[in-house]
Design a binder for this molecule. Structure first.
Ligand code: NI
Length: 169
């Protein structure tokens, strides 16, 4: 958080660039799964690792690891649920976020195949969280204003203290 690249809308990837560069996307996905595993996350989006394109991956317990290229949200439930979220781009911050309980999404995978997924519970939450990253949205944006301000302030102070420590040696 604080890096402008997390705030930009990620660029769509033309279908021919997915299907015509499968080796590239396999490599990107592999690198992203490596980073996800290293940081013990359950989802990671391109903009978090310097890829300004519409790609994210998930690895949620009880589901297979998945790659989403050019995802689109087809439908979300009216019913919402609140649960705690964190983000690899906002270390050591967790807060309850309200989101639709279920989502239907379409995307292409790293093999260039289109697929549709209907998810509920944790998987739905992860899909919507990662999709937000492609729109330049962070989970703290979905918190009540006061709570968000408190978190952003605390985070900025921590980052500043860390930078001062580092420059002090
Ligand atoms: Ni995140």
């Amino acid at each position: 958080m604080g890096d402008e690249r997390l705030r930009e809308k990620a660029a769509p990837i033309p279908i021919e660039d997915i299907k015509g560069n499968l080796a590239h996307w396999a490599k990107v996905a592999l690198a992203m799964f490596g980073a996800l595993e290293e940081h013990k996350g359950i989802g990671l989006a391109g903009p978090q690792v310097g890829i300004a394109q519409r790609i994210f991956i998930t690895n949620v317990d009880g589901d297979e690891p998945r790659v989403f290229i050019n995802p689109s949200v087809i439908e979300t439930s009216q019913a919402t649920a609140k649960a705690e979220e964190g983000c690899l781009s906002i270390p050591r911050v967790w807060a309850d976020v309200e989101r639709p309980k279920s989502v239907k999404m379409q995307a292409w995978n790293e093999k260039g195949r289109s697929f549709t997924i209907e998810a509920t519970g944790l998987l739905a939450r992860v899909l919507l969280h990662e999709y937000d990253h492609l729109e330049g949205v962070l989970f703290v944006d979905r918190l009540p204003a006061l709570k968000r301000e408190r978190i952003v302030e605390k985070f900025a102070k921590r980052t500043k203290a860390k930078t001062e420590n580092e420059s002090a040696g």
